[in-house]
Design a protein around this ligand. Structure first.
Ligand SMILES: N[C@H](C=O)CCC(=O)O
Length: 425
């Protein structure tokens, strides 16, 4: 007899392409039936067949406080009672702007949008409008949402399904996107020496989390800062994933680099759709209605989403929050490495703040090319063994994982027990 999950997947494939509303949910690369979830609480989620899992996806990052945090839920209830949307300014969105600017000092001005994709595509347009240049530089395997110009050698679902450069992007559009290898300082310097005056911006995930997790090599982010400053290009840190995830001040705070523009999403919406982009005042002043670069959104600064985000940001500011999250994630990763060693499995793992990567290779990779060399079949077997043992990991070898403040000793122990069985098998 088919499980409820299987029945739902059968039905949804007839009506929704691939049965999912975002490709990476589809289990295509790992195989099997995607899990349909109906409930979450703290570090746990339950599927339609009432199976319980320790959740390391956390909606791909936003659920840093765990699922259904009572204060966040109450804030959403209260805001929803006063209308779901006005399409006009509110005091709360101003409060959000003030808080973001206080916590991420490189942002002198900020604008709210409804997703990370909107934030990055708007930041790129702004950088082009500000500089009057067309070329943009990104890094192979980095994912900055699904705007046309950014779906060139992209990570995440695009990489998972073997289509890092999407069909439907006109060659004339893709021609303006230059891709370099992550952590390749010499490649960056060479490019700027050749065509530096044509480059509008460099956009980078300061910790890459869409080709599994890749940490920036010492000097890499500094080199980007130096080259952009020398040649008048805009440096954009895409902190949709790392913002309020690796540290209170994001990756820029952690590594001490000041970008010109920053994009945010995920945690700042507390689980509801919010994005933001902001940075230097002189650049932000190019935006309409002040300047000539157009950008807009009916639901931008949505009051319910902002209420969820503000409450989340209030709670992550509690003393020691990121120290605890960082230590917990490191404890988890160390535990996994230890278990793999005991079982004689070729495996490595690393974490930055509350995000982590697991790899079936001797060492944590430092570039897209190295990620591609890891054993994807081993990952797929591991994924399913963990799922059977009550642990939900990202269904792709090319995604980072996320730990929440609700992952305690009990959840880590349960996960390591599952890993012991999975590696053993
Ligand atoms: N890696 C992606 C976002 O960060 C995964 C989410 C998605 O594409 O649905």
């Amino acid at each position: 007899m088919m499980s409820k999950n299987q029945q739902l997947f059968e039905r949804s494939q007839k009506l929704i392409p691939g049965g999912v509303n975002s490709p990476v949910r589809a289990f295509r690369s790992v195989g099997g039936t995607p899990v349909f979830f109906k409930r979450g609480l703290g570090a746990y989620v339950w599927d339609e067949d009432d199976n319980q899992y320790v959740d390391y996806v956390g909606s791909w990052g936003p659920m840093i406080l765990g699922h259904a945090h009572p204060e966040v839920i109450e804030a959403v209830r209260e805001a929803a009672g006063n209308s779901l949307s006005f399409g006009a300014p509110t005091a709360r969105e101003l409060e959000m702007a003030e808080l973001l600017i206080k916590l991420v000092p490189s942002m002198e001005q900020v604008r709210l949008v409804s997703s990370g994709t909107e934030a990055t595509m708007s930041a790129i347009r702004l950088a082009r409008g500000f500089t009057g240049r067309s070329k943009i530089v990104k890094f192979e395997g980095c994912y900055h949402g699904h705007a046309d110009a950014l779906l060139v050698k992209a990570g995440s679902g695009a990489l998972t399904f073997g289509q890092p450069s999407s069909a439907g992007v006109p060659p004339e559009v893709a021609a303006h996107t230059i891709t370099l290898s992550y952590n390749d300082i010499a490649g960056v310097e060479e490019l700027f020496a050749t065509i530096g005056s044509e480059i509008a911006c460099v956009i980078v995930e300061p910790v890459a989390g869409n080709m599994n997790l890749i940490a920036p090599a010492p000097g890499f982010l500094q080199a980007l800062r130096a080259q952009c400053s020398q040649r008048g290009a805009v440096l954009i840190f895409d902190e949709v994933m790392t913002g309020f995830r690796v540290a209170l001040g994001g990756a820029q705070g952690l590594y001490g680099i000041t970008p010109d523009l920053t994009t945010l999403g995920k945690v700042i919406g507390g689980g509801l759709p919010v994005g933001a982009f902001g940075g230097r005042r002189d650049i932000m002043q190019c935006l309409a209605p002040v300047g000539p670069v157009y950008q807009a959104g009916t639901l931008s600064g949505n009051p319910v989403a902002v209420a969820a985000g503000l409450t989340t940001l209030k709670l992550v500011q509690q003393a020691g929050f990121y120290d605890r999250l960082t230590a917990r994630t490191a404890q988890f990763v160390d535990g996994l490495k230890q278990v793999a060693k005991e079982k004689g499995v070729t495996f490595s793992a690393q974490s930055v703040g509350g995000m982590f990567g697991v790899y079936f290779s001797e060492q944590a990779p430092s570039s897209y090319a190295e990620v591609m060399q890891s054993d994807k079949d081993a990952f797929n077997r591991f994924f399913h063994a963990m799922l059977e043992n009550g642990v939900y990991l990202a269904p792709s070898a090319f995604e980072a994982g996320f730990v929440s403040a609700m992952h305690g000793d009990a959840e880590i122990e349960k996960t390591l027990d599952a890993a012991r069985r999975a590696f053993g098998a």
